[in-house]
Design a protein around this ligand. Structure first.
Ligand code: PHE
Length: 347
């Protein structure tokens, strides 16, 4: 064999071997490995180019041309194979990943409002219809607003009625009722007349039971003006109770005591859970206290910036949790914050 014949045979071997290997490549990864091995810098064809210097001078152009042809053939074969693999992959996807557009959709789990939120919104709506404005006031309060301005100076024994959670900051606590909001609204509005409600979370440090929680929702009601009377208090609250619980709701007003109202009362509704026969929710009395109320104490009016000689007013603070127990005939207040989806789904 001449040198030329030998070199050409060598090239032909490179070509046929590379093509034979390519025929067996089955995926993208194999394809890349093949490209590096047969067209990369250290591949046999490239070796032919770099070994050109050792060849006979006359042979060089011929061999260069032949090697170029081999390289081109391999590049074309690679492109062809790549296309083939891509088509096969697509075909495979089309047959295996079938999409049945006639299948029914997966139902979206819709959220719903918490029963406390529902009742709170209803209460807000009812008072809104009566011409009340909605105010917000802080859940973290100062001792002054929660107690002192409400006619409970430091060390006053009445403070014992509201045991609370204290923060590490001196004189800063979690409010035990929405009543501090009375002072905040008054200070914002004095000497204008007021018809306002203040909904929000309140906290007390106490024993858990079917009717009491350490966190609960209250709505404070405040009316200030010239010549506001107890009759208006009673009429407003009775009307409210019937709008919330229905025409057949029974209510009663009992004399009570609060340092920030004088006179003071508590309103009960006939227990809807037991129908008045007695149960743990109503402590076997047939009645459930849902709010405290009274005529705003002169000291409180003064702290709020109103002259008690000229202005009078009434206030009430109602427990939304208890009202919700009544409205939906729920037998335990602790359900509200257990996050049990089976309970919450019912509303
Ligand atoms: N703040 C009182 C309580 O939480 C309720 C109340 C409000 C009483 C307004 C009278 C007037 O117990």
């Amino acid at each position: 064999m001449t040198e030329k014949e030998q070199a050409l045979a060598e090239l032909e071997k490179i070509r046929s071997e590379a093509l034979a290997v390519l025929a067996d490549v089955a995926d993208e990864e194999g394809l890349e490995a093949w490209r590096v091995a047969h067209l990369g810098r250290n591949s046999p064809v490239m070796g032919v180019f770099s070994g050109m210097g050792k060849l006979d001078k006359e042979l060089r152009p011929l061999m260069g041309k032949a090697a170029n042809e081999v390289r081109q053939t391999l590049e074309e074969a690679l492109a062809e194979k790549r296309e083939l693999l891509e088509t096969a992959a697509l075909q495979n996807m089309l047959t295996t990943e079938k999409l049945d557009v006639t299948l029914p959709g997966r139902p979206v789990d819709r959220g719903r409002l918490h029963p406390l939120t529902k009742v709170l919104r209803r209460v807000t709506r009812i008072f809104g219809d009566m011409g009340f404005q909605v105010y917000r006031s802080p859940e973290v309060e100062t001792d002054d607003y929660n107690f002192t301005y409400l006619n409970m100076p430091p060390y006053h024994p009445a403070r014992d009625m509201w045991d609370t959670f204290y923060t590490k900051r001196d004189g800063v606590l979690l409010r035990t009722h929405t009543s501090p909001g009375q002072i905040r609204v008054m200070r914002e509005r004095a000497p204008e007349p007021i018809r306002a409600i203040l909904p929000g979370a309140t906290m007390r440090y106490e024993q858990l039971s079917a009717r009491s929680e350490i966190e609960f929702v209250q709505v404070e009601v405040l009316v200030i003006g010239k010549g506001v009377t107890f009759a208006e208090l009673k009429g407003t609250l009775d009307d409210f109770a019937r709008r919330l619980f229905g025409e057949d709701a029974r209510t009663r007003l009992r004399p009570s005591h609060f340092p920030f109202t004088e006179p003071s009362a508590e309103m009960d509704v006939g227990c809807f859970v037991c129908g008045g026969e007695g149960c743990p929710v109503c402590k076997e009395t047939g009645w459930l206290e849902i709010l405290g109320c009274g005529m705003v104490h002169p000291v409180v009016l003064q702290y709020g910036g109103y002259d008690p000689e000229v202005y009078s007013g009434f206030a009430a603070g109602m427990g939304i949790d208890r009202s919700t127990l009544m409205r939906y005939r729920i037998d335990d207040i602790r359900h509200f914050r257990n996050n049990d989806i089976r309970f919450l789904r019912q509303f």
